[in-house]
Ligand binder design. Structure first.
Ligand code: SF4
Length: 497
């Protein structure tokens, strides 16, 4: 569900925002203009007739409001007061006879955003009650920005809501190309932390783009980026406070409903599923939890088409290393523990935990049997997330399945550089792993298959022509021998021929 949600949010931020901002700029202009009765009454009659001729020549229906010509809109177009236009109702009626009256009145701007090659909306309506009005679309755009920021940063709702104008810093290389974006806000340790501390998050470019849109969407005097918008009657003028969590949840629910209506009207299949929501609809906390889930499981794939998730996860993790007060790193590590717990349960279920070979094969079987006993509940292995989280916290078997080895971690025997204990779990730093020598190693059949593929790859390189330099050949042969010896010693059938 979050894939399409993020995809549509990015579409609003990158493709539809310029149209909404153009309408917003018109709207701001009319708010500062004053419309008075023109000094020359005859002149306004001529201007109204000319304007009506323009509508008739273009074959455009007159701007409408509740089935009648929108006099306020026409008065603003002519820069006069509405009474002056009302006096020429007969001219309007005659023009309406020819071209008709539109359902809504639209800002006089071209719609450049495209959906399947066509404008994404017919126009942006001036009256706030219309489905495609500036007031409605402005709030959808604010919701879209929230989704992009919350989902791609892992910030809590309170942390997002404390974003202020000028919170993004961009670092550039010597050619002026941007390569790093950081966002400063307040970090909150938990839902009960009222004060917060200033913190900086490393984010991806889409987050910086969403923040730039919000800076335009808010009036210059508004500091908080998630302050209530001023368009339409729902705005509490003068309120500079950021929206509440509930208000944002409501905005997101409305955004989803709008997108799904748009999909239906344009016959598109990329609707946003609404299943899996709570009874009250979408909850903002789902972004942070889902992000932790994705990082823990490292899908390595792409979401929303162009976004390389892994790239994002690295950037965000880097960011959170500097903002431990936000607690996101601990959250990701807890999620990683749950992911491992699920892997153990699958292994035990398939009786694979006794199939491992290598120096720690007996130890892994013992630890996973113990884990299996603890997770038994009424004769079933526990799959309940909360129960699993509790068991992993108290009785983590510290078995780390990997592509080449399964590390059965015992600090006394660990050859790797020890863990950088940044989080609550103190995971071993597998970057310095010495798999061919460490006594903490166990091998699953998949690990053995990975080593076998490595041997084949080395053999291909050694057989390639032209021949490699002697030193490189020597190194590759040495590596081949080490892996072969390792497999001979640690698998029942020995190294493959
Ligand atoms: S060297 Fe590798 S196998 Fe040994 S403890 Fe470290 S990570 Fe685990």
């Amino acid at each position: 569900m979050l894939g399409p949600l993020l995809g549509w949010a990015l579409r609003f931020v990158d493709e539809f925002a310029p149209d909404i901002m153009a309408a917003d700029s018109h709207w701001r202009g009319t708010r500062t203009d004053t419309f008075r009765q023109p000094a020359d009454g005859a002149d306004i009659g001529l201007r109204i007739r000319n304007l009506m001729n323009e509508y008739i020549t273009a074959g455009r229906p007159l701007p409408g409001y509740r089935g009648r010509p929108n006099v306020v809109y026409l008065a603003r177009t002519l820069h006069c007061d509405r009474t002056s236009v009302d006096r020429h109702a007969d001219v309007l009626a005659a023009a309406a006879e020819v071209v008709g009256i539109g359902t809504d009145s639209y800002f006089d701007i071209p719609i450049n955003g495209r959906l399947d090659g066509a404008p994404w909306v017919e126009g942006i309506a001036t009256h706030h009650t219309a489905t495609h009005s500036l007031a409605v679309l402005g709030r959808h755009l604010q919701a879209a920005c929230y989704i992009v920021i919350a989902f791609l940063s892992g910030m809590r709702d309170s942390e997002v809501k404390h974003l202020r104008r000028g919170c993004v810093k961009i670092k550039r290389d010597k050619d002026g190309n941007p390569y790093r974006w950081t966002v400063t806000s307040l970090a909150f340790k938990g839902e009960d932390d009222d004060a917060g501390v200033e913190a900086t998050w490393v984010v991806g470019e889409p987050v910086a783009r969403a923040i730039a849109v919000l800076e335009d969407l808010q009036p210059p005097e508004s500091d908080y980026l998630f302050a209530r918008l001023r368009h339409g009657s729902g705005a509490k003028k003068g309120s500079a406070e950021a929206l509440t969590t509930k208000a944002t949840s409501t905005q997101i629910n409305k955004f989803i409903a709008y997108v799904n209506k748009l999909c239906k009207a344009t016959d598109r299949s990329d609707t946003i599923p609404t299943t899996g929501h709570s009874r009250t609809g979408f909850k903002t906390s789902v972004f942070r939890r889902t992000l932790a889930w994705f990082i823990a499981r490292r899908p390595g794939g792409a979401i929303a088409g162009a976004l390389q998730y892994r790239h994002h996860s690295i950037q965000m993790f880097e960011g959170y290393a500097g903002t431990s007060s936000s607690g996101f790193r601990a959250e990701v590590e807890a999620e990683q523990a749950i992911a491992r717990g699920e892997t153990y349960i699958a292994m035990i279920d398939a009786h694979e935990h006794t199939d491992l070979t290598g120096p720690s094969s007996e130890e892994v079987a013992r630890r996973l049997k113990d884990f299996g006993d603890r997770t038994q509940f009424q004769g079933q292995l526990a799959l309940d997330r909360h129960r699993l989280k509790r068991i992993m916290k108290r009785h983590d078997p510290a078995v780390y399945p990997g592509e080449y080895i399964t590390c059965v971690h015992d600090p006394a025997k660990a050859l790797c550089e020890r863990a950088q204990r940044g989080g609550s779990e103190g995971l071993p730093e597998h970057g310095g792993c010495k798999p061919l020598a460490c006594r903490n190693v166990a091998l699953t059949p998949q690990n053995v298959a990975a080593w076998t593929r490595e041997l084949t790859r080395l053999e291909k390189r050694l057989a390639s022509r032209p021949e490699m330099p002697p030193l490189l050949q020597h190194r590759l042969r040495q590596r081949h021998t080490e892996i072969s010896d390792f497999l001979t010693a640690n698998t029942p059938t020995g190294a493959p021929a």
